[in-house]
Design a binder for this molecule. Structure first.
Ligand SMILES: [Zn+2]
Length: 376
């Protein structure tokens, strides 16, 4: 989940939100203004309800942000880099780069989130008690107590990607001594919970639970697929650990003048090279972008003579970069889906290679068969 809007930095951690958050913000404010608040404190005008409701929605997202920030801060303190926090439709996501070095660190990073939500619930409960003479304010903080309790408890469900799944996996890691076995067994437990949620949700729909049942079944299905991708990702990362970029990259790299026309390129350059991706440079030699063969052949024949490589190139600033010594598993975690657009490999400012998903797939296949051969 990449952020659409940057909010700024908090404790040195980049915070942003995705557009999908607006829907839930509106839904929360609407629910508060039209049903929760009028129920606990009747007799106010609609304007007052809406003002308090919007404050409530902001406090709700501040609670989510505090939960994610606690993960990020404890992760950083345990040597795991944090790329940032994104708030979106279903809450918050901390984007961690790399994995905790020990089961203890993993447990601390995962456990502090629900703990933070419970602490916020306790504070909100105290404020509700102090403001009990004002039904509207104490109603708002009573509601905030409830949502933070639910947030903390829901996150303790032992299924990936929830905190409970990570806590369970760290316990199993600690007991077995192997991170991957911990993840594998935690995913199995999580799958059981996900099936229970789906079954419970479907049963709920049949018993007249309607929307709540459907919502639970969808969440169960989400946990099921998240568990599977967690396990796949963990297996890939362990296969790619301690493989440097230099072992996978395609080298040397052919760079082309960016003022050449697409037609010229397709007729005289492309047939002579086996590559599918070419960095392009301006007359001074400075790199300006990257062109892909597949994009060039897709251009209508009539435009190929008029367009130059620079017109169709992906700007150099948008292309992810690495160095030959970076670990492939760290690179994949750092750039994620960015890899689909090829990564340029620079050594001391000099372009020395290109890395494509095919290069990584090749390394994976070799490592997988080597692993199968030694595991007899
Ligand atoms: Zn969490």
């Amino acid at each position: 989940m990449t952020p659409s809007i940057r909010l700024g930095r908090l404790f040195g951690i980049e915070v942003g939100f995705n557009w999908s958050l607006i829907f839930i913000f509106a839904l929360v404010a609407w629910t508060l203004a039209t049903s929760v608040l009028p129920d606990v404190a009747s007799g106010y005008g609609a304007g007052i309800y809406w003002i308090i409701a919007v404050i409530g929605a902001v406090l709700f997202y501040a609670s989510l942000l505090a939960h994610e920030l606690s993960h990020a801060i404890v992760a950083r303190r345990n040597g795991v880099k944090v790329a940032g926090i994104t708030l979106w439709l279903f809450g918050g996501v901390s984007r961690l780069e790399g994995e905790p070095a020990s089961a203890r660190a993993e447990a601390l990073i995962a456990g502090v989130g629900p703990l933070t939500s419970f602490v916020i619930a306790a504070i909100a409960f105290a404020v509700a008690a102090v403001t009990s003479s004002n039904a509207l304010l104490s109603g708002l903080f009573g509601w905030l107590t409830f949502v933070n309790l639910v947030l903390g408890l829901f996150n303790l469900v032992p299924a990936f990607p929830l905190d409970g799944g990570r806590i369970l996996s760290s316990l199993l890691w600690w007991r077995s001594g192997s991170r991957q076995r911990g993840v594998h067994n935690a995913v199995r437990v999580g799958r059981l919970f996900a099936y229970l949620m789906i079954a419970g949700g479907v049963l709920g729909v049949f018993l007249g639970g309607g929307l709540n049942g459907a919502w639970m079944a969808i969440l169960g299905w989400f946990l099921l697929s998240a568990g599977a991708s967690e396990e796949a990702g963990s297996a890939v990362r362990s296969l790619l650990r301690s493989v440097p970029v230099s072992a996978a990259m395609t080298s040397p790299v052919v760079t082309l003048p960016d003022w050449v026309s697409v037609e010229q390129f397709l007729e005289s350059v492309a047939p002579n090279h086996p590559f599918t991706t070419y960095p392009v440079h301006e007359p001074s030699g400075k790199l300006t972008g990257v062109v892909r063969l597949s994009d060039l052949v897709r251009l209508p024949a009539g435009e190929r003579g008029r367009k130059h490589l620079i017109d169709v190139a992906r700007p150099i600033a948008e292309v992810p970069v690495t160095n030959p010594r970076e670990d492939l598993s760290a690179l994949i975690q750092r750039i994620g889906s960015g890899l689909e657009q090829r990564v340029l490999v620079f050594d001391n400012g000099k372009l020395v290679g290109i890395l494509s998903p095919a290069d990584i797939a090749r390394v994976l296949t070799i490592r997988q068969s080597a692993g199968a051969a030694t595991r007899t």
